[in-house]
Design a protein around this ligand. Structure first.
Ligand code: P5A
Ligand code: ZN
Length: 479
């Protein structure tokens, strides 16, 4: 592992693939392109990550549901811009056994059109609204861009999609705001830094009025979209004729939003905190928070193992997720390497000297700093160390990202920064679609959109046409 320097532009992809296999997270060698297997350790990380999201959704009045995987072509085709974009991206079920199906079924690429026909049955009056549903399922997209493990799968095996229905446009707008707060809380809980941008017209979700996206920056300077929130307006409710009775007794189409987060959120944590030695996990999502490793010594082995077992019991009682590594066929050095690669936040070493002094040696994974502490104070020290680690991880990650978001006032500087893979570049823009698209062409990068996370008076001119600017616009090379 040590040889893979991930900060290097060309190496991040390699680093990422390698840790997925070496740290036991995801095996991408499944015999269908774009499909992978979550391995036991990776599955545990994934579960912890999505539990945070589940808790946030549950506590904000969302109800978890489960819809069928297959969507009849007739339903998928109802909203024209939606089908226009997803038709080519669907896997289609055409046969049942050897019978050709009269109507083919899509494997859901997302579930708006699976949910809509049911909403039509369920929503009757204003008293049924708002209705906030979500599910965590697999989706299928026949991606034509290069597939990448977790980042761009054809079977996205972990996909959280929320779908909400409202009586008014204003309520849907409020829901978009709530969804953005939920996603902020989610990424903050994992210390993953982001920028929030309103995607341009030409890059919004098919069927949406507008889309808001969370982007992170990878070590190679490219951005990764890690979550999106869409205001769907009445596009789907009109296509499916989903109406409710207002207080005045009139029939009105519902207003909808949807928002999604995929396994990319797991990739985000691994990417943001990882280093040359492998994964670094924030204690909150680490399946194992502390590993105890005995350092055997001649005739003291039994005594050392006993001390380790006592510490294991003590930490378990204090609700620390602890693992005692007693493997006899492995040297301590190899165990250090093994657990460092897997990102266990804290390592506790117990050797002959430690027992004599009633002490333990503690190493934190993020900085690899060593300290000793009395065994009597171990629980407290470890709990404090985990808190410190989370704070330090957050500060370091945000500082790293902030240094890679650049504001420039001319095209030349923007071009240079993009060519050097320096992250996100912000320039001024008149708001005209043509200028936005020209900007993409001229500097060879994608428009991420207008910042939703900064408020600032715009004063200056569009970098493309020179007219008075209306907005800041972000560009980057995106995954
Ligand atoms: C919102 C939820 C939707 O599908 N419908 C339901 C809306 N939005 S989206 O932007 O198309 O997808 C949501 C997020 O899923 C991630 N994602 C992927 N992850 C891995 N592999 C893929 N092939 C893939 N496609 C999309 C992105 O993070 C996206 O923002
Ligand atoms: Zn312009």
């Amino acid at each position: 592992m040590a040889a893979v320097k991930r900060k290097d532009w060309s190496r991040y992809g390699k680093w990422f693939r390698r840790i997925l296999i070496d740290a036991g997270i995801l095996d991408y060698r499944y015999p269908i392109k774009g499909c992978g297997v979550w391995l036991p350790y990776g599955f545990k990380i994934r579960r912890n990550v999505f539990q945070i999201l589940r808790n946030l959704l549950d506590s904000t009045g969302h109800d978890e549901t489960l819809f069928p995987l297959m969507i009849p072509e007739t339903a998928l085709a109802k909203e024209s811009s939606h089908v226009g974009s997803f038709e080519e991206e669907c896997y289609w079920v055409t046969h049942g056994g050897t019978d050709l199906l009269k109507i083919k079924y899509a494997l859901r690429p997302t579930s708006e059109t699976a949910i809509a026909p049911m909403l039509k049955l369920w929503v009757r009056s204003h008293a049924d609204l708002p209705l906030k549903l979500y599910q965590i399922v697999n989706i299928f997209r026949y991606e034509t861009k290069a597939t990448r493990p977790i980042l761009r799968m054809r079977e996205v095996s972990t996909f959280k999609e929320a779908h909400t229905s409202h009586a008014t446009f204003e309520d849907a707008e409020e829901q978009v705001k709530e969804a953005i707060i939920v996603y902020k809380d989610f990424f903050d809980a994992m210390d993953v830094p982001y920028r929030i941008s309103k995607r341009p017209e030409w890059d919004k979700f098919p069927g949406a009025l507008y889309s808001v996206a969370f982007d992170m920056i990878c070590p190679d300077g490219r951005t990764l979209q890690v979550g999106t929130v869409h205001n769907l307006g009445q596009n789907f409710s009109k296509a499916f004729d989903i109406t409710y009775e207002t207080e005045k007794g009139e029939q009105e189409h519902i207003w909808q939003t949807c928002y999604g987060i995929s396994g990319r959120a797991v990739a985000a944590v691994l990417t943001v905190h990882g280093d040359d030695y492998g994964v670094v996990l924030p204690p909150k999502i680490a399946p194992i928070q502390a590993v105890i490793i005995p350092i055997p010594y001649k005739n003291k082995a039994e005594q050392i193992n006993k001390a380790c077992k006592d510490i294991e019991i003590m930490l378990k009682k204090a609700n620390v997720q602890v693992k005692l590594d007693l493997r006899a066929d492995m040297r301590p050095g190899s165990k250090f390497y093994y657990w460092d690669l897997r990102g266990v936040p804290i390592r506790i070493e117990i050797g002959p000297k430690d027992i004599e002094q009633n002490e333990a040696t503690i190493v934190r994974r993020d900085t690899l700093e060593k300290q000793t502490c009395k065994i009597s104070g171990l629980v407290k020290t470890i709990q404090e160390l985990m808190r410190t680690m989370m704070k330090d991880l957050r500060l370091r990650a945000w500082k790293w990202m902030d240094e890679r978001v650049h504001r420039v006032d001319n095209l030349e500087d923007a071009k240079k920064l993009i060519a050097r893979k320096e992250g996100i570049v912000e320039v001024l823009w008149c708001g005209n679609v043509k200028c936005g698209q020209k900007l993409e062409e001229v500097i060879g990068a994608r428009v991420l959109g207008v910042p939703m996370d900064i408020e600032e008076k715009i004063d200056g001119n569009c970098v493309i046409c020179g007219k008075t600017a209306a907005d800041i616009i972000r560009v980057a090379i995106a995954y």
